[in-house]
Design a protein around this ligand. Structure first.
Ligand SMILES: N[C@@H](CCC(=O)N[C@@H](CS)C(=O)NCC(=O)O)C(=O)O
Length: 195
């Protein structure tokens, strides 16, 4: 299988971490395909023009959540993956969408910069972090798709919004992130510092 990625995409990073965590490095070849270059390999595999995209048996599979399921199946489902975890994963994926949306607003031409959308994204990010923190009562199981997606999302906040105080009042999410951040899979997939 081939995994089309960019090294700054948090969605791609989630899949890259998973490949390492599940020991699938020999089965998955990572290929750089920056989405904004509209390269042929990416557009052929994924008409959406987005990364990540997994190519398996000649077919392109878009969406990090779907790719996560395929990788998980490939590894024999070593992690718990039930409705509750899928719910946490959906919330954390939405958090990622809000953070990426906030970033897009930040790099727009200032003439079309929208305070309304920035405020809306920021409010959604704060609310979702609070809900995830208050629900993280099970003692923070680390090896789940939900936990991985939370760690990816808060790590993206650190990367793109270093001034963010997401840790404040959120000790459980902070502790979860520290566990993930120390793992080789996270270390090996850090976005380039100058990107
Ligand atoms: N929901 C998708 C989002 C993927 C996505 O938006 N990727 C960004 C990079 S972070 C991208 O390729 N953007 C290019 C574009 O939107 O044209 C997923 O979970 O994989």
């Amino acid at each position: 299988m081939q995994l089309l990625v960019s090294h700054t995409s948090p969605y791609a990073r989630k899949c890259r971490v998973l490949v390492r965590e599940l020991g699938l490095q020999d089965k998955v070849e990572e290929i750089d395909a920056h989405p904004f270059e509209d390269g042929e390999i990416l557009l052929r595999a994924n008409p959406l023009g987005r990364v990540p995209c997994l190519i398996r048996d000649g077919k392109g599979y878009p969406e990090s959540t779907l790719i996560g399921e395929i990788l998980h199946e490939e590894a024999g489902y070593p992690w718990r993956y039930d409705w509750e975890d899928q719910r946490v994963e959906a919330l954390a994926s939405g958090l990622l969408d809000l953070a990426v949306g906030r970033r897009v607003e930040m790099v727009r031409d200032t003439a079309i910069y929208s305070d309304y959308w920035i405020g809306r994204r920021e409010a959604g990010i704060a609310r979702t972090l609070d809900v995830l923190e208050s629900e993280a009562k099970r003692g923070l199981e680390t090896d789940t798709m939900g936990a991985l997606t939370i760690a990816i999302a808060v790590s993206y906040l650190d990367f793109r919004f270093p001034e963010s105080d997401w840790r404040s009042g959120r000790a459980k999410l902070s502790a979860l992130y520290e566990v993930w951040a120390a793992r080789p899979s996270f270390q090996q997939t850090k976005p380039p510092a100058d990107a």
